[in-house]
Design a protein around this ligand. Structure first.
Ligand SMILES: Cc1ncc(C[n+]2csc(CCOP(=O)(O)OP(=O)(O)O)c2C)c(N)n1
Ligand code: SF4
Ligand SMILES: [Mg+2]
Length: 291
């Protein structure tokens, strides 16, 4: 902690040493996350960080926030439950492309339509890293892996288009090759009231495409801030999202300028409204007992 009392990036760093391969993009996601959290300034005990299973899903353990490295593909339902049980917590979710868009893909639309105030960060490396390099839902067509030795025959999921199509109110993309830009979009996503999605192109050095590593990102990324892009139109964002897999646009694709109320705030309001008619706690059990 700084002498002024302000929290610093190192206050979010746990004693657990990351076991990612040297050069893994996830290191850069972690450092941007520490900085974004320090900028926001909520204490670690006010933050709950949920993940699924994968290399990327180790990330909560490397922070001093409450963490739950849960079940493959099930981080979003768990995070939504946490936020509804304790709306005062800042709830973050992280995981991989496989975790989020294959086994967990069915949960994404429901998290979006409920619009619970959580931030979902996907470390999209277009591969199953933890299980040693199988085809993932975001692998480009033709990718050679242990499960597609002749090259894959199917098109990938487009995560940006997927979440925009289901109505997400905040959608961004970045890469750890741009630490300032990544920190900024993570911070903005966390501050956004409602479900916010950040797709991070986070290269896997061991099983990923050797041509899509941090050096290539640094040289090829196209910052939306530099081209005066206006992120307040969903349809324009959907057109831009078509570039996924071809160009690496970074920054905010879509931010609803008039975000609707979140599900958690509506639940709170309803609870307040209904509380006066509620049965006293001590009487609830009686209703289940035979008279
Ligand atoms: C129910 C279930 N099915 C399969 C697995 C095996 N498994 C663990 S992680 C993983 C995929 C990891 O890929 P991704 O989510 O993209 O994360 P990465 O390791 O690339 O960061 C799989 C298939 C599992 N743990 N649980
Ligand atoms: S296997 Fe890939 S994703 Fe997993 S830690 Fe190594 S470089 Fe990172
Ligand atoms: Mg992956």
């Amino acid at each position: 902690m700084h002498a002024s009392g302000a929290l610093e990036a190192k206050d979010y760093k746990s004693d657990l040493k990351p076991i990612w391969c040297p050069g893994c993009g996830d290191f850069g996601v972690l450092s941007a996350l520490y900085r974004a959290l320090a900028n926001i300034g909520r204490s670690p005990h006010e933050i709950a960080f949920v993940s699924g299973i994968g290399c990327s899903s180790r990330i909560p353990g490397y922070t001093t926030a409450y963490g739950f490295n849960s079940v493959h593909g099930r981080a979003l339902p768990i995070a939504q439950g946490i936020k509804l049980a304790n709306p005062d917590l800042l709830v973050l979710v992280a995981g991989g492309d496989g975790d989020g868009f294959s086994i967990g893909g069915g949960h994404v639309p429901h998290a979006i339509r409920r619009n619970i105030d959580i931030t979902y960060i996907v470390m999209d490396n277009q591969i199953y890293g933890l299980t040693k390099g199988q085809l993932s839902p975001t692998s480009p067509r033709g990718t050679h892996t242990v499960t597609s030795p002749e090259g894959s025959l199917e098109d990938p999921v487009n995560p940006l288009l997927y979440v925009l199509g289901y109505g997400a109110h905040f959608v961004a993309q970045s890469t750890p090759a741009d630490q300032i830009g990544l920190t900024a979009v993570i911070e903005e996503a966390i501050r956004f009231p409602g479900f916010a999605f950040v797709n991070v192109q986070s290269p896997c050095v061991t099983f990923g495409d050797p041509n899509q590593q941090l050096k290539a990102h640094k040289e090829g990324l196209k910052s939306l801030a530099k081209i005066n892009y206006d992120p307040s139109h969903r349809v324009k964002a959907m057109a831009l999202a078509q570039t996924y897999g071809k160009d690496l646009y970074t920054g905010v694709f879509y931010r609803n300028p008039n975000p609707p109320p979140t599900f958690d705030s509506l639940v709170r309001e309803r609870q307040r409204h209904m509380a006066p008619q509620a049965m006293p706690r001590e009487k609830i059990l009686d209703t289940f007992l035979p008279h």
